[in-house]
Design a protein around this ligand. Structure first.
Ligand SMILES: [Zn+2]
Length: 201
C-alpha cells in the first residue's frame, strides 16, 4: 500500500543541517514519504533518488593496563578538555573491533588488544550508536595526538567522573568496573535521549 501523504507522525529531526540538494545530481530535494515507506525522506525532485539518513556508529574501547584505564583528554569539540575513552566514527570496510583498535592508536598512540563487547549505547539525540569493547594495553606506551591534549592511565578511584565527556562513556566505565569487581564480562545496553531535557551530551 502506498503511504504517500501518510498521516503517521514523523519523528523530530535533530539534524541541524537538513539536506537541501541531491548529491547525485545537484537539484533540490524535498522531504516526503516515498511510496511503500513509513517515514519522510529527502527525495530528489529531479532524479528521484531517496537519500536515507541513518544513525552513525561510534566504536571505542576501555583499555586496561595493570588495573588502570587509559583515558584521553579531548583536544576537539564537542566537549573539548573533558576526558573520554578512545572512540570515534567507524570507517567503511572495517569491523567494530578494528575500528576501536584504530581509534586507540589515532587518539592515544596506543596499541590495544580488543576483548569482549562491553556496551551498546543508543544516543538518540545525536543519531548515534556507541559500541564499546573491553581492551588490554599490553605495554604502557601511549601519547597525545591531534585529537587528545593528554593521555593518562587512571585507577578506578582516580577516574575524573565529573569531567567525563559523554554519558555513554560514563555508562561504559561504570559497567566496566562493576563487572570487573564481580569477575564477569557482561554486555550492557541502554538508550540516552536528551532532546526533551535540553542536555547536550
Ligand atoms: Zn537528484
Amino acid at each position: 500500500m502506498a503511504l504517500n501523504g501518510s498521516t503517521i507522525p514523523q519523528p523530530p529531526s535533530p539534524n541541524p543541517f537538513p539536506m537541501k540538494f541531491c548529491s547525485a545530481c545537484g537539484n533540490p530535494v524535498s522531504l516526503r514519504t516515498p511510496a511503500g515507506d513509513h517515514l519522510a525522506r529527502h527525495v530528489c525532485n529531479a532524479c528521484g533518488v531517496v537519500h536515507y539518513q541513518n544513525p552513525k556508529l561510534i566504536v571505542g574501547c576501555v583499555p586496561e593496563h595493570e588495573g588502570r584505564i587509559l583515558l584521553c583528554r579531548r583536544a576537539i569539540e564537542p566537549r573539548l578538555g573533558f576526558w573520554t575513552i578512545p572512540a570515534g566514527f567507524m570507517e567503511l570496510g572495517e569491523t567494530t573491533q578494528e575500528g576501536a583498535r584504530r581509534e586507540s592508536f589515532e587518539e592515544a598512540q596506543a596499541e590495544v588488544e580488543i576483548g569482549s563487547l562491553l556496551a551498546v549505547v543508543h544516543v538518540l539525540h545525536a543519531d548515534q550508536v556507541h559500541v564499546m569493547f573491553r581492551a588490554k594495553l599490553p605495554q604502557p606506551q601511549f601519547g597525545p595526538s591531534p585529537e587528545s591534549l593528554e593521555v593518562a592511565l587512571y585507577s578506578e578511584d582516580e577516574i575524573p567522573w565529573q569531567d567525563i565527556a559523554f554519558r555513554s562513556v560514563d555508562f561504559a566505565l561504570r559497567r566496566y568496573f562493576d563487572d570487573r569487581q564481580r569477575g564477569v564480562e557482561n554486555h550492557h545496553l541502554t538508550a540516552l535521549d536528551y532532546r526533551r531535557s535540553g542536555g547536550v551530551r
